[in-house]
Design a protein around this ligand. Sequence first.
Ligand code: 5AD
Ligand code: SF4
Length: 383
Amino acid sequence: MIKGQNYEKKGSLLYLCVNFMKECSNKVSESVFSALLETLLGGESPGREGWRMLLSGLDESQAARVRDAASAVVRDRFGGGVYVRGLIEISSYCRNNCYYCGLRRSNRHASRYRLTTDDVLGCCREGARLGFGTFVLQGGEDEEQDDDWMEATVRAIHAEFPAQAITLSVGERSREAYRRFREAGADRYLLRHETRNDAHYACLHPAEMSGAHRRDCLRALKELGYQVGAGMMVGSPGQTVDHLLDDIAFLEELRPEMIGMGPFVPAAHTPFARHAAGSVDLTLRLIALMRLRFPDALIPATTALATLDGRGREAGLRAGANVVMPNLSPAAVRGQYSIYDGKASWGSEAAEGLRLLEQELNRMGCHIAYGRGDYPGRDGGPK
Ligand code: 5AD
Ligand code: SF4
């Protein structure tokens, strides 16, 4: 039974249909399953119907074997090393109004702050002291932190920390702005496409935003030589398996160096506050499948996964993820960057918790890989 839906009432037509569909879809034979895995391990795409079977047709034992195969691939490529990125949440102001996000501009309950360049540099100093090789500057689309501010801030970080990589995650900007940030020293850019399906995109965003524009930004970033991160929320309101198949097709076309996928987590005071959360299992399945398709990709075990499940981060790493992003934001504002409810930012989700994290990783036979952690392959992986 799929959680959070209201077709649990036994005997209802919907109940019978859903179970019939589940019966039909849970029928990937062992020989087809092996062929699908071999296709992926051989560097080929299983195609839309193959992906459909892998996403919604496996039994628990097959799903576990997908995770194990992904885990073997990531270990083979990265030798048990997990990259850490120091996450600095630079502003909780946002001009956008995405229906799912606690920072949306219409949310009058959200607490707002923005860091100054000096604040950000202070975080970087602490991050460098702790051993981080990458700083991630993430924020809402804050009009005060405009292109000039971003460029100057990146330049200041790069001047003081030339050995560290700089990742930006500050939304949709002009190509010219992206060019200036790159020239100032930015190496990577995270911009989730959220969903490749335009009708679904319109369910999640107001009319002034478009999936096409988001994708144009991603392509511009690629052309400018950034290592680019795309990705989607899993179980976002209205999402179907076909939407996820569209997402996978888009990832196969874009070939991003980084793929960020986390379950949808409801956020208070948003239109989707009462919507069910996304599935942790499906998120893990997607992480494993994307690892198999993009062996060199940088795939985080996301905070959303850790937020929904106390062992979510570990499970993500066991399913093929190889990046974690401990929170390096100033203690005084941490917790105010509330894109969804209950967001984990302390313990081993915190930068100060690196030792906890190391212990957690060691128990899994992994370790923290210090260093920049650039994409090891060439331009986004398999064609
Ligand atoms: N649940 C899960 N992820 C969310 N994001 C925004 N709101 C939510 C939510 N309620 C994700 C989006 C965005 C990233 C920064 O956080 O995918 O791109
Ligand atoms: Fe702003 Fe990003 Fe939240 Fe959308 S998801 S409202 S762009 S912070």
